[in-house]
Design a protein around this ligand. Structure first.
Ligand code: COI
Length: 354
């Protein structure tokens, strides 16, 4: 399908990459495409970035019918542009859309649209160390009707913002609050889908954590209320007695692409990487005995973020003396070297755009 182009007549200045906060400054254009049950997906176009026109009664506004992705395009030392595992994002948004009864898009078609969009916005991919162009593809339903019914109309959109570090302090261990009251997901719910609603329901706990000086929460499962699941905006990993351990994908944990990539990398180093149930009790005991040697979070936006301290039931447990662990640092170095093309792409993960 041919992508129509409407170029902006007022290109913006590029932001100062040393100071631009994550997700606040957008490129000149966005990608849009429409869907109806009669026509399927149609009219792909790259148009100037700007406000969306939407009916107040649209399903997205009333019932949060939306799924999204996050991925990055990187500038290599030779000046090339590459995207990290866009096929994985395209597969995941398809699964998320299926869960939310939103229209799905063919994986290859979506990857091709993302590639064309990044190619068009190429001069927005920054080259300063540690920077990238963060892409936010999303699908939302626009049926102009308040009754609950299957979705007939939707849009697919991609916006992009040049980003530096997700956390203003960079790769620095952060304190995390294990959330005891609110839950993020339940069995049979939408936990594995990347849908806006999962994050909306998490805002109250996130706000409470931040007010108390924590970076974000660590969620516990919503059924038995004892298994660790994921952090506020990222998956979580631990080094316990020499092994890398992460909560298994049980339907309520997001199948993170950085999670998946990290597991492959540490296995290649020869470490045991185990996906299993982890109870809060086990984690706290391991923190007390010193068996919990390292803890970190993984996600597209922040890549790898060390956890320096866990708080639970008004007790605080410092991990690795509050410093970055060896495996955490090595994983960050190895993964980001692949993403920025500083080392050969031994897994074939990158899609070279130009
Ligand atoms: C990402 O890491 O890309 C995410 O989607 C997390 C987001 C909520 C900032």
């Amino acid at each position: 399908m041919e992508v129509k182009i409407v170029k902006t007549t007022s290109p913006k200045a590029k932001p100062d990459m040393a100071t631009v906060p994550f997700g606040t400054y957008f490129s000149d254009h966005m990608f849009m495409m429409d869907y109806t049950t009669d026509k399927g997906w149609y009219d792909p176009r790259i148009i100037p970035y700007g406000p969306l026109e939407i009916e107040p009664c649209a399903t997205i506004i009333q019932y949060a019918t939306e799924v999204f992705e996050g991925l990055k395009a990187y500038r290599t030392p030779e000046g090339k542009i590459q995207m990290f595992r866009p096929d994985e994002n395209a597969k995941r948004i398809k699964n998320s859309a299926e869960r939310m009864a939103l229209p799905q898009m063919d994986v290859d078609m979506m990857v091709d649209f993302m590639r064309q969009y990044v190619e068009f916005e190429a001069d927005w991919v920054p080259s300063d160390p540690g920077t990238s162009l963060y892409l936010r593809p999303f699908i939302y339903a626009t049926d102009p009707c308040l009754s609950l019914h299957p979705i007939h109309e939707a849009h697919f959109c991609i916006i992009a913002c040049p980003v530096g570090n997700y956390f203003p302090d960079g790769l620095k261990p952060v304190p995390i609050l294990i959330e005891k009251d609110d839950v993020r997901a339940v069995r049979g719910g939408t936990g594995y889908a990347k849908c806006g609603g999962n994050y909306a329901g998490a805002m109250r706990a996130g706000e409470k954590a931040e007010k108390n000086g924590f970076s974000q929460v660590l969620w516990i499962d919503g059924v038995e209320r004892k298994y660790v699941e994921e952090a506020g905006g990222m998956n979580v990993m631990f080094k316990i007695n020499g092994d890398v351990v992460t909560p298994q994908l049980n339907g309520s944990v997001l199948p993170g692409i950085t999670r998946k990539s990290s597991l492959e990398i540490v296995k290649d180093w020869g470490m045991n990487a185990i996906e299993r149930l982890i109870t809060v009790e086990e984690l706290i005991e391991a923190a007390q005995s010193g068996a919990l040697e390292e803890a970190w979070m993984v996600g597209t936006a922040a890549v790898v973020c060390p956890i320096g301290e866990l708080a639970y039931d008004n007790q605080r447990y410092v991990i690795n003396g509050g410093t970055i662990g060896e495996v955490t640092q090595k994983l960050y170095d190895d993964l980001t070297a692949i993403q920025w093309g500083r080392v050969p792409d031994r897994y074939g993960w990158n899609l070279v755009v130009k």
